[in-house]
Design a protein. Structure first.
Length: 90
């Protein structure tokens, strides 16, 4: 539900764990050790120690975002491909 209509059940979405996320990338991540989620990566700015604060923003704005200065965020990979297959009427 947190994904917009661009993503449909049955789509194949591929993530590359070797890529470093840059702003506006779609990433697979976990927040506070929870299940994997798909969100947009953004950079907020540097904290007092010089570490970048990141924000994960849902692709559907009806859901909450998460910030690395308020939650533990682990990025699993950056989306590198999204395949949608033709749906046939039955």
């Amino acid at each position: 539900d947190a994904l917009p209509s661009d993503y449909r059940k049955g789509d194949d979405v591929f993530f590359d764990p070797s890529l470093d996320a840059i702003p506006e990338d779609v990433v697979a991540a976990s927040v506070n050790g929870g299940d994997a989620i798909i969100m947009e990566y953004r950079e907020i700015g540097l904290d007092d120690t010089g570490k970048m604060i990141i924000e994960l923003v849902p692709l559907n704005p009806a859901f909450p975002s998460f910030r690395s200065d308020r939650a533990e965020i682990l990025i699993y990979g950056v989306q590198c491909e999204h395949r949608r297959y033709k749906r046939r009427a039955r």
